[in-house]
Design a protein around this ligand. Structure first.
Ligand code: PFF
Length: 453
C-alpha cells in the first residue's frame, strides 16, 4: 500500500492547535442549538444516557478510524481513499463526503447567519419591542434577503479563515476562538444556575426517566452523536491529514469527544434552568434558542448583555465548524484538480452559497416548493444528517475494520509502535463488528422511520 510523503503540505504546528481545531469542528450549532432541543423532546436525562453511550462507544471508534485514514494517506477525503485503496471503488466514500460537506454547509450557514442577526438584536434592544418574539423570528427567517445577507457574511468569514491555510488560518483562529467560547459558556452557566428554580432544569437534564426511551430515542441519539462529533463525511479525515506523525490519535479522539460532550451538557445547563425559571416548555423544538431564550433574556436583568454573550457563543461555535466543513471541499478541489487553494476557496464558497441561498429561501418565499414533501432546507438537513453521515460512518468503519490490513491500522494508531495501545483489540472488535452492525441497524431504521414521517 503506497503512502505518499507530502512534506510540502501545510500542517498543524501544535498539540493544542490540533485539539482546538478538531474540537472546534465538533463543537457547533449541534451542541448549543440542536442538543438541548433534541434532549428536551426526547425526555431529558434518559436521552442523555443513550447519547453518552453513542458518543463513547460508536463516536470515538469512528473518530479514531477517520484519524487513521487521514493521517496515513495525508490527502483530502477523496484522495485518501484513492491512496489507501488504489484501483477500487472506495473513492466513492470520498465523493460522498465532499457532497455531504456541500449539503451540510448550505443549510448550516443559514442558521449560522441567524446568530449574527440575533447578536445585533440583543445589542439594539429589538427583543424589548412589543412584537411577539415568535412573530419576530418567523418574520426574520422568511424575509426575502435579510437572512441571506447574514448567511453570505458568514460564508465570507469562513472563507477568510480557510484562506489563511492550516497553520496560519484554521489553527490560529481556533486557538483564539475555542478558549473564548469556553469563557462565554462558563459565564452563562454561572448566570443560569443562579436563577430561581434552576434546580428543576438541572433535574430535567440529568434525571433519567427510562420510560421515555424508545427505538426512536436511540436513533436520534446516534444521529445527534454523529452530527455533533463531525463524523461520517471526512471532516476529521481531512483535518488529520495535517496532523504530525507524533500525534496520539486515540487520545486526541477521546479528548475531542469529551470536549464536545461537555460543551453540549454545559449548553443544556445554560438553557434548561433558564427555561424552567421562566416556566417555558423545554420541548419547544428548533425555535428554543431563537424564540424561547430571547424571551428569557427580555425578562432577565442585564438580559441584553447575556443575549449578546449567548448569540456570540453560538456564532463562534458555528464558525469553527463551518471552517472545517469548507476545508473538506477546498482540500478536495485544490488537490484533485491541481488548482490553487485560493481558486478552490472562491469556487467552493460561491457554489455552496448558491445552494445555501436556496435553502434559506425555502423557509420563506420558496416555502411552497416541496420535494419529497419536505422544504429544500429540511431535505438538505435530512439527506446529510440521516443518510450521508451514517452511511459515510458505516463505510469508514468497514474500510478500517475489513479492508485495511490490521498491521497498517496498528502501525498508524501506535505511531509505528512508539505508543502503547493496550486498547487496540477492543477498538478492533468494535470497529469490525459492533460499529458496522449498530450503524447499519440505526441507518435502516432511520430510512424506514424517515419515510414514514
Ligand atoms: N459538529 C458540528 C456541530 O455540532 O454543529 C457540525 C458538523 C461539522 C457536522 C462538521 C459535520 C461536519 F463534518
Amino acid at each position: 500500500m503506497s503512502v505518499t510523503g507530502n512534506s510540502n503540505r501545510d500542517n498543524f504546528s501544535s498539540k493544542f492547535g490540533i485539539l482546538a481545531a478538531a474540537a472546534g469542528s465538533a463543537v457547533g450549532l449541534g451542541n448549543v442549538w440542536k442538543f438541548p432541543y433534541v434532549t428536551g423532546q426526547n425526555g431529558g436525562g434518559a436521552f442523555l444516557l443513550i447519547y453518552l453511550a453513542c458518543v463513547f462507544i460508536l463516536g470515538v471508534t469512528v473518530m479514531l478510524s477517520e484519524f487513521t485514514i487521514g493521517r496515513r494517506a495525508q490527502r483530502n477525503v477523496f484522495g485518501s481513499f484513492k491512496t489507501l485503496a488504489p484501483g477500487t471503488p472506495w473513492y466513492f466514500v470520498g465523493i460522498m463526503g465532499v457532497v455531504a460537506a456541500f449539503v451540510i454547509l448550505s443549510f448550516y450557514s443559514a442558521v449560522a447567519g441567524w446568530t449574527l442577526e440575533y447578536i445585533v438584536r440583543s445589542v439594539d434592544g429589538s427583543f424589548q419591542s412589543n412584537e411577539s418574539l415568535s412573530n419576530a423570528f418567523s418574520h426574520f427567517i422568511t424575509h426575502p434577503f435579510r437572512p441571506i445577507v447574514w448567511q453570505l457574511v458568514f460564508m465570507v468569514l469562513t472563507a477568510l479563515i480557510v484562506a489563511g491555510g492550516i497553520k496560519n488560518g484554521i489553527e490560529k483562529y481556533n486557538r483564539i476562538l475555542m478558549p473564548l467560547l469556553l469563557l462565554f459558556l462558563i459565564i452563562l452557566c454561572v448566570r443560569a444556575v443562579t436563577l430561581p428554580n434552576s434546580l428543576e432544569g438541572i433535574k430535567f437534564l440529568f434525571y433519567p426517566d427510562f420510560s421515555k426511551i424508545t427505538a426512536k430515542t436511540v436513533l436520534f441519539a446516534m444521529g445527534q452523536a454523529f452530527f455533533s462529533l463531525s463524523l461520517g463525511m471526512g471532516t476529521l479525515i481531512t483535518y488529520s491529514s495535517y496532523f504530525g506523525k507524533k500525534e496520539n490519535l486515540a487520545s486526541t479522539a477521546v479528548n475531542v469527544s469529551i470536549a464536545d460532550t461537555l460543551v453540549a451538557i454545559l449548553a443544556g445547563v445554560v438553557i434548561f434552568p433558564a427555561v424552567f425559571a421562566f416556566s417555558i416548555e423545554p420541548s419547544s423544538g428548533p425555535s428554543l434558542v431563537f424564540i424561547t431564550l430571547p424571551e428569557i433574556f427580555k425578562q432577565m436583568p442585564l438580559g441584553s448583555l447575556f443575549g449578546v454573550l449567548f448569540f456570540a457563543l453560538l456564532a463562534v461555535a458555528a464558525l469553527t465548524s463551518t471552517v472545517s466543513v469548507l476545508e473538506v471541499v477546498v482540500a478536495y478541489f485544490s488537490e484533485e484538480f491541481k488548482i490553487t487553494r485560493k481558486k478552490a476557496i472562491v469556487i467552493s464558497t460561491i457554489s455552496i452559497s448558491a445552494l445555501g441561498v436556496l435553502a434559506s429561501l425555502s423557509l420563506g418565499p420558496l416555502s411552497s416548493l416541496l420535494l419529497f414533501k419536505k422544504s429544500i432546507f429540511d431535505l438538505l438537513d435530512f439527506t446529510a444528517s440521516n443518510v450521508l453521515l451514517p452511511l459515510g460512518g458505516l463505510f469508514i468503519v468497514i474500510f478500517v475494520g475489513w479492508y485495511m490490513r490490521k498491521d497498517d491500522v496498528l502501525d498508524e494508531v501506535s505511531n509505528s509502535g512508539k505508543l502503547k495501545v493496550k486498547f487496540f483489540p477492543y477498538y478492533r472488535f468494535i470497529v469490525k463488528f459492533i460499529a458496522p452492525l449498530a450503524i447499519a441497524a440505526i441507518f435502516i431504521y432511520s430510512i424506514f422511520f424517515g419515510s414514514l414521517g
